[in-house]
Write a protein that binds this ligand. Structure first.
Ligand SMILES: O=C(O)C(=O)[C@@H](O)CO
Ligand SMILES: [Mg+2]
Length: 263
C-alpha cells in the first residue's frame, strides 16, 4: 500500500502556509511536498518539519514568474544565469530540508520541435543533474497536460521518457502524476507498467476535476495496486484540490484502506 504525502500547495489552503504542516500531521500524514519553499528561510521550514515529525518528500526548483504563467526555465533560451542560480538555491534548500527529490520544470512557449531548444534543454538538465548528483539528490521531470499548461515543453509521458533517455543521467527520473498522465497519454495501468523503471516520484488526483481520488474516471484502488506491483516504494503526493474542505475530504483514505482490506 502506498505511503501518501500531503501536498501543501493544494491541501490545507484554508490555513496560512506555515500552519499547513501542523494540519497535515494532525490528519495523519508523515510527509509533505509543495511547490516552492523560497519565500521562507529554510530554517523556518525545517523547524516546522521537525516540530511535527514530517519528512519533506519533494519541492520544485524555482520556475520563473509563476503568476505571469512561467512554468520553468530549463528549456528557455537566454535564461541560463537564472537557471543555474535556481539549481544552486534548490540544492541549498534540499540540504536544509533533507529533501531527496527536486522537480525541475522545463518551461512553456518554446517550439517543442526545435533541435536547438532541445539540445539546450538536454544540456541544462545534464548540468543540473551533475550538481544534484554531487549533493546526493534526484531530479524529476513531470509532463504537464495541455488543458492546464498549454505550450509546456514536456507535454506527455512519452515525450518525458524520450527526453530522460537522451539526458541519460542516473539521477534524472520521471515524476508520474496520474492526473496529468491520464490526460496526456491515458491507458494508465499499461502506461505505468511501461515506464515504471523510470519513475522517481508519484502524485495523484481525480481526473478530470483534480479533486480527491475517490471520484472521477480513474479507479484509484485498482490503479494504486498496479503501482504497488511496480515496486515503487516512495511517497505518493496527494496533489489535489479538495472539493469541499481538506479535512472534510480525507474520508477517501479510510475508504481506500478498507477497500484494500476487503479484497
Ligand atoms: O502541477 C503539477 O502537477 C505539479 O506537480 C507541479 O509541481 C507543477 O505544476
Ligand atoms: Mg504534479
Amino acid at each position: 500500500m502506498p505511503k501518501f504525502a500531503a501536498n501543501l500547495s493544494m491541501m490545507f489552503t484554508e490555513l496560512d502556509f506555515l500552519d499547513r504542516f501542523a494540519a497535515a500531521a494532525e490528519a495523519g500524514f508523515k510527509a509533505v511536498e509543495y511547490l516552492f519553499p523560497y519565500e521562507w528561510p529554510a530554517e523556518q521550514l525545517r523547524a516546522r518539519l521537525d516540530e511535527h515529525g514530517l519528512t519533506q518528500a519533494l519541492f520544485n526548483v524555482y520556475a520563473g514568474d509563476w503568476d505571469a504563467g512561467e512554468r520553468g526555465l530549463a528549456a528557455l533560451p537566454g535564461r541560463d544565469d537564472e537557471f543555474r542560480a535556481s539549481i544552486t538555491q534548490a540544492l541549498e534548500y534540499a540540504e536544509a530540508l533533507d529533501c531527496p527529490k527536486l522537480h525541475l520544470m522545463s518551461g512553456r512557449g518554446v517550439d517543442v520541435n526545435d533541435s536547438d531548444i532541445r539540445a539546450h534543454y538536454v544540456e541544462n538538465v545534464r548540468w543540473a543533474a551533475e550538481q544534484a548528483a554531487a549533493a546526493g539528490r534526484l531530479l524529476v521531470l513531470e509532463p504537464l497536460n495541455a488543458y492546464d499548461n498549454p505550450g509546456y515543453y514536456v507535454p506527455s509521458v512519452a515525450r518525458a521518457v524520450e527526453l530522460i533517455d537522451e539526458i541519460d543521467r542516473d539521477n534524472v527520473r520521471l515524476q508520474f502524476d496520474f492526473y496529468h498522465a491520464q490526460l496526456t497519454d491515458g491507458d494508465i495501468t499499461n502506461l505505468l507498467a511501461r515506464v515504471a523503471d523510470r519513475i522517481g516520484h508519484v502524485q495523484l488526483a481525480s481526473v478530470p476535476a483534480r479533486n480527491e481520488p475517490d471520484r472521477g474516471e480513474l479507479c484509484y484502488p485498482f490503479v494504486l495496486e498496479a503501482l504497488d506491483r511496480t515496486g515503487y516504494d516512495g511517497w505518493v503526493g496527494c496533489e489535489y484540490r479538495p472539493a469541499a474542505g481538506t479535512t472534510e475530504g480525507l474520508g477517501w483514505l479510510d475508504a481506500y484502506e478498507n477497500w484494500q482490506g476487503e479484497r
